[in-house]
Design a protein around this ligand. Structure first.
Ligand code: NDP
Length: 486
């Protein structure tokens, strides 16, 4: 038998790679190494979920004085200090990165701060010039944001850049209608930036339940986000005297000011580049302090030596794997966003755990990608599990139970916010096929509802459960009559 340096070499120190490396080393005593070219923790910890959620928290405070006034508090709007927040954010990210590094060290994993590529199916070449061999290689290199193919697209920022901005822009154009676009439209709006969003399709959050995404779009507009559907960006350039454009600050502020817009904000986002001139597919050219492209992410599979090993790569760069995350090369596996299956942190972690079970614990474990609950951290949030009404209707006869109402907390303060609770139920089996919640903290609610749906709960199981009163989520067990059948 060949004598390898390691039993496992993991490429990529994000959520999936770190989990697989430390469990393989810690639980099975395997000799494990991991290479990471950037910061440990990957997209989720360093430039995704974690800093994004902290920005959500920061942005929500701008709504609170108005709400508090509705409850009798004498409270005025304060100023948001981006530099102070960013400083604390960076300290927190440093702390988390330290935890990831020590988890690996304490599990006995050797780490290399280097870029790695495959020389052959058992050999990894590092950017330091070293070469290491391993019985099994796991690729967990994640993905990266992509800009659309238009002139001067590099004038725009992508999600990775947000956390490094020296100053908040006064105005921003967000291009895209997916998770990142909608979440950051709400975040920037809450921080007092004048937000315009262009989405090329008919409604944002394509693929999610129509009623739920419709309510999110309505709430975003209500909060002052200038959302333009069926609109894209054709061209952009540094703003100059040659470009006559309407500034976003003037137009959009007039369309609906948020409480936060009174906060003091300074200067432009693209430090040194100044305002950006943008030509949309319809309407007059405009100027924005910053343009954020939230137009999707592609897998990090380029220049890794994979094609030479016969490993199949898909159109977007995704590594093709089987249900056990194995590539066409028997000793090479891949997990997480680089495989472009379900691009969520907890899914990458599960794929990593299933890989360890399969390869190191002699327990072949396929990853279960069915009924994954998830949340979109817009304001309000959307929590969702299972089929949308539209997808379920294609599949079988259904009943739809749905209610939309003004929640007690904001209604008391005279605010217009609405929430939505919706169940999509199979007429034949009575199983809840989909649950969709639009509400503050819907992410917290859907985690729990997700257990019931994953267990195959029926509508009658939901009905048998006593309501927790007074809450928003009690409606999920008190909807008696279907709103419609299809
Ligand atoms: P998405 O794939 O969700 O959305 C991309 C958006 O950009 C879509 O609206 C798409 O339009 C649009 N788009 C794509 N290409 C172009 C183009 N050339 N011009 C104009 N618009 C374009 O990607 P995101 O970047 O928002 O997020 C990436 C992934 O990260 C998500 O799929 C998700 O898995 C993960 N994520 C999860 C989060 C969570 O769980 N809360 C938060 C953030 C990210 P169209 O709909 O027409 O294709």
């Amino acid at each position: 038998m060949a004598d390898y340096d390691y039993d496992l070499f993991v490429i990529g120190g994000g959520s999936g790679g770190v989990r697989a490396a430390r469990v393989a080393a810690g639980d099975t005593g395997a000799r494990v190494a991991l290479a990471e070219e950037d910061r440990y923790g990957g997209t989720c910890v360093i430039r995704g979920c974690v800093p994004k959620k902290l920005m959500v928290f920061a942005s929500e405070f701008s709504q609170m004085p108005e709400l508090a006034r509705g409850y009798g508090w004498d409270m005025g709007a304060g100023a948001f200090d981006w530099a102070a927040f960013r400083g604390r954010l960076n300290e927190e990210l440093d702390r988390l990165e330290g935890i990831y590094r020590s988890l690996l060290k304490n599990s006995g994993v050797d780490t290399f701060d280097a870029r790695a590529r495959l020389k052959d199916a058992h050999t990894v070449e590092l950017s330091t010039g070293e070469t290491k061999t391993a019985k099994t290689i796991l690729i967990a290199t994640g993905g990266h944001p992509v800009r659309p193919d238009i002139p001067n697209a590099d004038l725009g920022i992508v999600s990775d850049d947000i956390f490094h901005l020296e100053k908040l822009p006064k105005s921003i154009l967000i291009v895209g209608g997916g998770y990142i676009a909608c979440e950051f439209a709400c975040i920037f709006n809450g921080l007092g930036v004048v937000v315009t969003q262009y989405y090329r399709g008919a409604q944002v959050l394509r693929g999610f339940d129509d009623e739920a995404r419709g309510l999110i779009a309505e709430a975003m507009r209500e909060q002052g986000i200038s959302l333009h559907l069926g609109t894209n960006i054709v061209e952009m350039a540094p703003a100059s005297a040659d470009h006559s454009a309407t500034t976003a600050t003037a137009t959009d502020a007039a369309m609906g000011a948020t409480a936060a817009q009174s906060l003091e904000l300074t200067a432009t986002a693209r430090d040194g580049n100044g305002p950006i001139w943008v030509k949309p597919t319809s309407g007059a050219p405009r100027e924005f302090d910053a343009v954020l492209f939230a137009t999707g992410r592609d897998p990090n599979s380029r220049d890794m030596g994979l094609e030479d090993l016969g490993i199949e790569i898909g159109r977007r760069g995704e590594i093709k794997v089987d249900e056990y995350s194995k590539t066409a090369a028997d000793s090479v596996y891949a997990i997480g966003d680089v495989t472009n299956r379900v691009n969520l942190t907890p899914v990458a972690i599960r794929e990593g755990m299933a890989f360890v079970e399969t390869v190191f614990k002699d327990n072949p474990t396929a990853v279960d990608h069915e009924l994954i609950p998830s949340a979109i951290f817009t304001q309000p949030e959307m929590g969702t599990v299972g089929l949308s009404e539209e997808d379920a209707r294609e599949q079988e006869e259904i009943e739809v139970y749905c209610t939309s109402f003004r929640p007690m907390k904001s209604a008391f303060a005279g605010q217009p916010d609405r929430v939505l609770m919706k169940l999509v139920v199979s007429k034949a089996s009575r199983k809840v096929l989909g649950c969709h919640i639009v509400a503050p903290d819907a992410g917290e609610m859907i985690q729990l509802a997700g257990i019931a749906v994953k267990m195959g709960a029926t509508k009658e199981d939901f009905d048998r459960t006593v309501a927790v009163h007074p809450t928003m989520s009690e409606e999920i067990v008190t909807m008696k009559t279907p709103m419609r059948t299809a």
